[in-house]
Design a protein around this ligand. Structure first.
Ligand code: R5P
Length: 284
């Protein structure tokens, strides 16, 4: 089996190939003088075996590189594509008339035998792929990491009901409490936002979400929980997109630390999803 690391996922592809001891062909990624992307798999690979391409699509050019890699590997027996972070996944609906469902447009362009995503923003996107598509869950590994930090009386909080499955999965089997923020309208003008059932006062709180992008959602949640008496507040996510001044926003809001996975290779990517990917590829 061969593993090809796209330009956005070289560290992760390296880690997966190290676990599995699979061949890791080297590729060249550069641009033509007019700005178009040039991709070439430099090392020969055995086309009678499966190829697994690992490439997050955080930018438009990452997406084009993925399409180029799939085409470059078209002679392989079977092509598996792992998209650790899939860009455009939050455009999974037509919010306004005339808009595309961008996640569907992206999924339809990816031609492969199997596709694996990690904590994709919405499971419904999997149906848009022509291939068999499976979503992997990295949150138990975040939970393990949190457990090893040996917090006193930790509490995992989902910033909204959409993130409840992440909080539940991170906390499961670890004996850590979890809850989610609930918005209750008190009057025409006032709303109260607080954890649905568990008091945060005096506890170390870890807020978990799928993505930290601008950091707006997380910063607001950090400030809120600190104002409600949480002791230390940590921000955890699967996908550290961290656009613009996201990190600064979190620290300004009073975060103690940021915990993320290496679906995107950032300074805060302390939890590797390589074992999750290696395990499914090995069992194909
Ligand atoms: C939203 O549905 C997602 O789960 C995240 O909460 C959101 O994408 C985070 O974005 P931002 O960091 O820009 O607030």
């Amino acid at each position: 089996m061969n593993i090809i690391g796209g330009p956005a996922s070289q560290l992760l592809a390296g880690r997966v190939s190290e676990i599995l001891e699979y061949n890791l062909p080297i590729s060249e990624y550069r641009r033509f003088p007019d700005g178009e992307l040039y991709t070439r798999v430099l090392d020969d690979f055995d086309v009678t075996h499966d190829i697994t391409i690992i490439q997050s699509t955080v930018s438009d050019s990452d997406f084009i590189s993925l399409l180029q890699l799939i085409d470059a590997c078209s002679e392989a027996a079977r092509i598996n594509v792992v998209i650790p972070y899939m860009g455009y996944a939050r455009q999974d609906k037509r919010f306004k008339r005339g808009e595309p469902i961008s996640a569907r447009a992206m999924a339809r362009a990816i031609k492969a035998d199997r596709v694996f995503t990690i904590n994709i923003h919405s499971q419904s996107i999997l149906d848009y792929f022509d291939a068999e598509a499976v979503n992997l869950d990295a949150t138990p590994m975040i939970g393990e990491y949190i457990k090893n930090l040996k917090f006193k009386n930790p509490l995992i909080i989902a910033p909204d009901d959409g993130a409840i499955p992440l909080a539940r999965s991170a906390a499961s089997n670890l004996g850590i409490d979890y809850d989610f923020l609930e918005k209750t309208r008190i009057s025409g003008e006032a709303v109260s936002i607080k954890p649905k059932s568990i008091e945060v006062r005096g506890r170390d709180v870890i807020i978990i979400d799928d993505i930290i992008s601008t950091g707006g959602t997380m910063a607001e949640t950090i400030s809120l929980l600190r104002s409600q008496g949480a002791r230390e507040v940590f921000a955890a996510c699967v996908h550290p997109v961290l656009s613009n001044s996201a990190i600064l926003k979190l620290f300004k809001a009073g975060v103690r630390g940021i915990i993320a996975t290496d679906t995107l290779d950032k300074g805060v990517s302390v939890v590797s999803v390589a074992p999750v990917i290696a395990s499914v590829i090995k069992n194909i």
